[in-house]
Design a protein around this ligand. Structure first.
Ligand code: AMP
Length: 577
């Protein structure tokens, strides 16, 4: 493997390998589980469940229970605290990753090892190979809005950071990006800088300096790309001035970043003038990316799930440049690659790589009305098209039958491996009565109401929600930041529209009998969501990982306070009388 990496990789070979693996997905899964269990046969966790060296799928699912992060937390904590005995894995864990924690408001520790870096590269290479068939790129660079989080040592001396940072720091990452002809145009000092505002500014500056060579604009999640170009709107003149004079803005104070940028930034009045003219010629920044980067072939990042609300804005900035949705994974490991890159992001699917983990799927149809029926997961190749499932992962880094908390729908098969569509995170919206609204339902309701704003040439910059149980009956509160001012009539109409656009029968019937109170729409001051982002960054989350929490629970009191302190107007729905 190492030798193959040294020479670079041949996309056609990668495709051939993926095709062979997916034609034989059932056997590959059996083999993968065997490898995981053999490599970790000394782990106390596996011994405790009495596997006794058995590595077959039946014994595994009979002996080892389904778990959530909460169940494993004490064990992961022991590892982080420096326990030296083999707790979850045969070989000791030396690195811990921190999940973003933005959906639940609490960051989670997850074990990490080199196998996870390698599976990340396998996913990157696989989707690149298919992408490159449809959208070939030449030699060039990528403007990648990526950020390495600060790493720290746990009590036991293990290195801890976000999964993406662990990957960006690895030698394999640089090599793979080079092989894919998309090395990042920014120096490491910018990627790993201590202040993301300064890093973002310099990413933009590097992108402009290398504008003719930029082939791809990317980030892990689409939100970060939109956020970057929203920032561009505010600092473009300063960027032009830096390029004109060859002097970096005084807003950049980190010495390592200044030194690294000094090697790249030279006075170039002609370039500064060109960019300045282009920016002035745009109408409301439509087609900004296309204008700034003449060689760009596509924009790449995760655009599904909680990223869908940003697509409208991203399309606006992109102009005619295609948007290609990236793969599906988590801090706990990767799951599937987007091998159909020509599909629009809303339709993106992920073909599961059968050799990077052992996957099971809990059918949601048999969960029972309150999800109380004992879950009975099925294997990777036993899933049915059209059904929704919760994903269960067994990986090479000590997670066994781990419920990821994501809901996916099987929409087809790539050979014998399923193609998944990401639906939503599970249990994001707590029930008030018999309602079962999902994150996706909320997104669709907000989208429906946002159409009323579009008529006023306004847009929803971002949104979230809260379940308010302080009065009886409880009700939903939706928080909106809007790009400008609309009249009370329009906002009132939006409020009614959100309330009546929820499709869940439990919600609708509860609203009709007032078992759930009228929905409230609260309009926020401009910049509130930036404050929320800054709050998460302050906690150590990086922009790469950031996903706006779509429902803020009481444990997330700091975010609730930011929201409540910034409300400027409030409306109560009269949709149900
Ligand atoms: P993190 O816990 O910060 O590593 O984030 C991982 C989570 O991000 C996953 O469990 C999903 O909920 C979400 N996610 C990752 N990839 C995708 C994708 N392609 N589409 C939608 N959501 C995704």
């Amino acid at each position: 493997m190492l030798e193959k990496m040294e020479k670079g990789f041949d996309p056609e070979e990668v495709i051939e390998e993926f095709e062979a693996l997916t034609k034989d997905a059932k056997r590959v899964q059996v083999e993968t589980l065997k490898r995981i269990l053999k490599e970790n046969s000394e782990a106390e966790y596996l011994k405790k469940w009495g596997l006794d060296g058995k590595t077959d799928t039946e014994s595994y699912s009979t002996c080892v229970p389904l778990v959530t992060h909460k169940d494993l937390e004490p064990l992961i904590q022991q590892i982080a605290d420096g326990a030296t005995h083999p707790i979850l894995t045969g070989k000791p864990i030396t690195t811990i990753t921190l999940s973003s924690g933005t959906t639940e408001g609490k960051r989670k520790f997850v074990p990490f090892n080199d196998e996870l870096t390698e599976t990340t590269m396998q996913i990157y290479r696989t989707s690149f190979a298919y992408r490159n068939r449809e959208f070939p790129i030449g030699n060039g660079k990528a403007l990648s809005f990526i950020y390495g989080s600060k790493q720290f040592k746990t009590k036991g001396g293990l290195l801890a950071g976000t999964a993406t940072s662990n990957v960006y720091r690895s030698a394999q990452f640089k090599k793979t990006m080079k092989d894919m002809q998309t090395p990042c145009c920014s120096p490491d000092e910018v990627i790993f800088g201590p202040d993301f505002h300064q890093s973002l500014y310099c990413h933009l500056l590097c992108g402009l300096i290398f504008r003719d060579e930029i082939q791809v604009i990317s980030s892990t999640f689409a939100h970060s790309i939109v956020h970057s170009f929203r920032s561009f709107e505010l600092v473009w003149e300063e960027l032009c001035s830096d390029i004109k004079t060859g002097t970096l803005s005084t807003r950049i104070t980190v010495p390592t970043i200044r030194t690294a940028m000094a090697k790249i930034l030279k006075p170039n009045a002609e370039l500064a003038y060109k960019i300045h003219e282009k920016c002035l010629s745009l109408s409301n920044w439509y087609g900004l990316i296309e204008e700034l980067f003449p060689s760009v072939k596509y924009i790449y990042g995760i655009m599904t799930g909680s990223m869908e609300p940003y697509l409208k804005k991203l399309r606006h900035y992109a102009g005619g440049i295609p948007l290609l949705s990236a793969d599906y994974g988590s801090s706990e490991g990767w799951i599937g690659a987007n091998v159909n890159p020509t599909r629009p992001p809303e339709m993106a699917t992920f073909a599961v790589l059968p050799h990077i983990g052992y996957f099971e799927f809990i059918p949601l149809r048999d969960a029972g009305p309150l999800g109380r029926i004992e879950p009975r997961p099925v294997g990777l190749t036993d899933v049915h098209v059209g059904e929704e499932y919760e994903v269960v992962v067994t990986n090479f880094a000590g997670l066994y039958r781990y419920r990821l908390g994501d809901v996916v729908k099987v929409v087809g098969f790539h050979n014998s491996t399923p193609e998944l569509q990401f639906i939503c995170r599970k249990d994001i919206m707590p029930a008030i009565n018999i309602d079962k609204n999902t994150e996706k339902d909320l997104q669709l309701s907000v989208e429906a109401a946002a159409k009323l704003l579009a008529a006023e040439k306004l847009e929803v910059v971002d949104f979230t929600s809260q379940v308010d149980l302080s009065s009886d009956p409880g009700h939903y509160v939706i928080f909106w930041e809007v790009s400008g001012n609309a009249s009370d009539e329009v906002f009132k109409e939006c409020c009614n529209c959100i309330d009546s656009a929820f499709v869940d029968a439990g919600y609708v019937s509860s609203r009709k009998v007032q078992a759930i109170g009228p929905l409230e729409l609260k309009i926020l001051k401009r910049g509130t969501f930036q404050k929320i982002l800054d709050h998460y960054v302050g906690l150590g989350c990086t922009l790469n990982q950031f996903k706006m929490p779509r429902c803020v629970g009481p444990v997330n009191d700091r975010v609730l306070r930011i929201l409540c302190d910034n409300v400027v107007k409030s409306y109560i729905s009269s949709a149900f009388g």
